[in-house]
Each structure stands twice: as structure tokens, then as C-alpha cells.
Design a protein around this ligand. Structure first.
Ligand SMILES: [Zn+2]
Length: 291
């Protein structure tokens, strides 16, 4: 992929690629920023039209909309001020922070909810998990950063590759075979691919999360005796992903609530997340609040 700033006439696709910014478009698009910016473009266009500068207004209109489409916003620093404007405006917050496509699909059936990890019921704090994993030699500190120990890392990636090659159906079977406590597991597909746990009230786990955690769970079993730590460790291992285990796309850093406060209160920091832009699924959430 060329990152050179191509001259405008020569390679229009190159220009589009250079301009486009995944942090604020696609799944990450922030609607308050988009709407606010389109509104500003509209105001400028109306102003120019009122002054009979129709050619300029056309250019600004088309160019402005294109930039908002590609980058998510036009006015610099919009992601920093738009949330405050939205919070201060009388417009109901839900207009902007309504359900994502996944949530909407989930609500259609009423019996599904998204789940972050296989380890949801394990009550171990992050510090304990990392200390125990480190004591067991499965993760190592290098400088300021933690890494999986080399042989563990290799085994984990090999197992992820095998599981990623399995069909969604086969993956559910593998999950049930390795982790009996998950109970019933079956494929579930809407605009993304999931494994649904449970029978009546189903909990949906993104396919890449299942691949990463199940592989880590199996590999950690050779090193850890404590079942709770093994499950929690499998979840923690997702923070070491830099590519999607299913489609191999580079993960992009994002915020769990697009760029605008989302469902959180104004004084809470949104969690940072790792997202697969191709699978449109969240691979890891760095919880800033729970140290
Ligand atoms: Zn992916």
C-alpha cells in the first residue's frame, strides 16, 4: 500500500487511501462528529450561495462531504470538542449513542447479549493474573513491556492458526470439548460471526475472541494447574495480539465508545480497544479504570 502523498490527478484511489482514516470511520465512525461536521459544511455552503458564489459553494460542499466521509471529520480536533457539545445540547444522548448494528441485531431476537470473554465469571484482578502468569513463566517482562514467553507464544500462534481454519461449527465443537464448563455452544451469524453460549439466553462471543482464548487456554494448560488462572490468563493473552487471529488483518486501536464518551459519564475515560476492521469485532479492551 502506497502511503506517498500522490499528486491529485494521477492516482485518485491512492489519494483516497492516503486520506482515509480508520480510527474515525467504518465501525469507529462517530456520529456526533460526522453530523456536526456535515452541519458546518452546510452552513459554509449556504453562506457562499447567499453571496452568489455558487462555484465555490459547490467545491466546498463536495469536498467537505468527501473528507467527512473518508476521515470521519473535517474540522481539526472535532473528536475532542464534539462530545462536550453533544453533552451540553438538549438533544437526547441516545440519538447519537444508540445501538450499534450488532446491538440492534441482538435486540431483534431479545435473547442474545454480547459477551467479552470466556473468562467473564472468573473473579481475579488484573494485577494478580499478570503476577501469577509471570511467576509461572508464561509471560516475561522486557523493559517496560510484557510478552508471552517465546515457546508459549509460538504454541499459541500455531494453535490459533489451526482453530482459525476450522469452520464456525467445528470451532464450537472444539470449544465445548476443551472447556466443558461453557455448556452448550453453537455458531451464530448476523453481520459478523459469533459462537453463542447457552441455550435460552444466549451469550455471543466474537469468533476471533474464541480462537484466541481457546488456543491460549489449551496452551496454558501445560503450564498452569489453577483452572481459574488458566481461563483468566487466556483472556489476558488477547492483549498480546497485533493481528486478527481469524483474518490476519492488522488490529487498529480504537475507543470502546467511538470518539465520544459513548455510554460513559462525562468524567469517565473511555476504554481503549483493539479492533479488527475486517471482522468488525473487538479483540481486546484495555480497561483504564481498573488498576
Ligand atoms: Zn479479523
Amino acid at each position: 500500500m502506497s502511503r506517498e502523498p500522490a499528486p491529485e490527478e494521477s492516482d485518485p484511489m491512492g489519494v483516497l487511501e492516503t486520506l482515509s482514516d480508520e480510527s474515525y470511520t467504518g465501525v469507529n465512525r462517530c456520529w456526533p462528529c460526522t453530523i456536526l461536521n456535515l452541519g458546518l459544511v452546510g452552513i459554509v455552503v449556504m453562506f457562499l450561495r447567499a453571496r452568489n458564489r455558487s462555484r465555490a459553494s459547490l467545491l466546498i460542499g463536495v469536498g467537505g462531504v468527501a473528507v467527512v466521509y473518508l476521515r470521519g471529520y473535517l474540522v481539526p480536533y472535532t473528536p475532542k470538542f464534539a462530545p462536550r457539545l453533544v453533552a451540553a445540547s438538549p438533544v437526547p444522548d441516545e440519538w447519537f449513542h444508540g445501538e450499534s448494528a450488532h446491538d440492534a441485531a441482538t435486540q431483534d431476537t431479545m435473547a442474545h447479549e454480547e459477551r467479552d470473554s470466556l473468562a467473564e465469571d472468573v473473579e481475579l484482578d488484573g494485577e494478580t493474573i499478570l503476577r501469577e502468569l509471570s511467576a509461572a513463566g508464561v509471560i516475561e517482562l522486557e523493559g517496560q513491556r510484557l510478552f508471552p514467553e517465546a515457546t508459549v507464544d509460538t504454541a499459541w500462534h500455531e494453535r490459533m492458526d489451526e482453530l482459525a481454519a476450522e469452520s464456525l461449527e467445528a470451532l464450537s465443537t472444539s470449544l465445548q470439548a476443551s472447556l466443558e464448563q461453557v455448556g452448550h455452544a453453537e455458531p451464530y451469524v448476523d453481520d459478523a460471526e459469533w459462537i453463542a453460549l447457552g441455550t435460552d439466553h444466549k451469550q455471543l462471543l466474537p469468533r476471533p475472541v474464541v480462537v484466541a482464548e481457546l488456543a491460549a487456554y489449551e496452551v496454558l494448560g501445560e503450564r498452569l494447574d489453577d483452572e481459574r488462572l488458566r481461563v483468566a490468563g487466556a483472556e489476558a493473552f488477547r492483549m498480546f495480539l497485533d493481528r486478527c487471529p481469524v483474518c490476519d488483518s492488522d488490529l487498529v486501536e480504537s475507543s470502546s465508545v467511538s470518539c465520544c464518551g459513548g455510554h460513559l459519564g462525562p468524567r469517565q475515560d473511555p476504554d481503549e480497544t483493539l479492533v479488527c476492521p475486517a471482522c468488525e469485532q473487538r479483540l481486546y479492551t484495555f480497561k483504564l479504570g481498573d488498576n
